[in-house]
Design a protein around this ligand. Structure first.
Ligand SMILES: Nc1ncnc2c1ncn2[C@@H]1O[C@H](COP(=O)(O)OP(=O)(O)OP(=O)(O)O)[C@@H](O)[C@H]1O
Length: 314
């Protein structure tokens, strides 16, 4: 593989990883542009962490190659280390050190000089609202504070590329919103970010994303592009009796999924059906008084369309 052009911070080719009989990541091709926020969307166990660990150089791929910031992996993993930041799923700082001590410790690992260390730590404590807590033990912090400290630690050395593995799974919606504001600030300053999530609303905030299932990339592109190209259309039906309606529609080969949303049924119909509203209205289980309308797709619809996770007739 040739050296990655500067416009891409990650280029992976046929990257795979096997653990015994489990194929955690299968032949993944990936391109992440510089300065962008790129999302990995998928359920637990789909291979997000394994991919991130390979792209950070911490885990050897079973097959395939990647170039990250122009370094070839797995060979140049050690050289890559100082150029990236990695916020792991679990809080990986020391509970029995203070916030300040944690940051000083990380700064020393990155080899920052005493002067740069102090400057940078003061700056980060201020950006992430941790000054008042600086001398308290990390173990006494709230979920939101821990998350902000983890982000401060991961960005101490001003990495060009930041890997975040499900960074918001342990915090409330307000902290999640604030956290994303901070990610956009970093992105505006030129940091490229790869973030994994299983939240649709977070994936929708990314410039581009890949949808992963069972270690396989099912789709990738910008959220808008994925919604336009998802291969199905969305119809909502308001009806008095949604449960039996759902059971009957889900059996049709033209229907990808049917999900109840309050008093409406959201039905994904394959785009081989020219007029999905008339098609559904013709079904015997749909009553003349039911209201049908075609609506704009969401990222969740894209996810269901390309992973086939909506066919269970629950
Ligand atoms: N060290 C390991 N040894 C054996 N199997 C592993 C190992 N690491 C991951 N796996 C398996 O590989 C698959 C992908 O796991 P991975 O952690 O990458 O998924 P994930 O999408 O990050 O999910 P989660 O959010 O739960 O970590 C799973 O089936 C997992 O059990």
């Amino acid at each position: 593989m040739t050296r990655a052009p500067a416009s891409y911070v990650i280029q992976a080719e046929q990257l795979s990883r096997r653990f015994g009989d489990t194929l955690a990541v299968q032949e993944l091709d990936l391109e992440v542009e510089k300065g962008r926020i790129y999302g990995f969307l998928g359920p637990n166990g789909c291979g997000k962490t394994t991919t991130i660990r390979m792209l950070t150089g911490l885990l050897q791929p079973s097959a395939g190659r990647a170039q990250v910031l122009g370094f070839s992996l797995p060979d140049d993993a050690e050289k890559l280390r100082l150029h990236i930041g990695y916020m792991t799923q679990k809080f990986s700082l020391y509970d029995d050190l203070t916030i300040l001590e944690n940051l000083r410790f990380i700064a020393s690992i990155y080899g920052l000089t005493a002067r740069t260390q102090k400057q940078r730590i003061d700056e980060l404590l201020s950006i992430y609202g941790l000054q008042a807590k600086a001398r308290e033990f990390a173990g006494s912090m709230s979920g939101g504070q821990r998350q902000r400290l983890s982000l401060a630690a991961a960005t101490l050395h001003k990495p060009e590329l930041l890997f975040l593995d499900e960074p918001t799974s342990a915090v409330d919606p307000e902290n999640r919103r604030e956290f994303w504001e901070q990610l956009f600030d970093l992105s505006d300053q030129g940091t490229s970010i790869l973030v994994s999530t299983h939240y649709m609303d977070e994936a929708e905030r990314c410039h581009k994303l890949a949808i992963l299932e069972n270690g396989i990339k099912r789709a990738d592109g910008s959220p808008d592009q994925l919604m336009q190209e998802m291969g199905s259309r969305v119809v909502e039906i308001s009806s008095a009796d949604l449960r039996p309606l759902k059971q009957s529609l889900i059996r049709l080969p033209e229907v990808i999924s049917a999900a109840q949303l309050g008093a409406r049924l959201r039905v994904l119909v394959r785009d081989s059906v020219a007029d999905p509203v008339s098609f559904l209205a013709r079904q015997p289980s749909v009553k003349p008084e039911d209201l049908l309308s075609q609506v704009r797709p969401s990222l969740e619809d894209v996810f269901v369309s390309c992973t086939g996770s909506g066919r269970e007739a629950s």
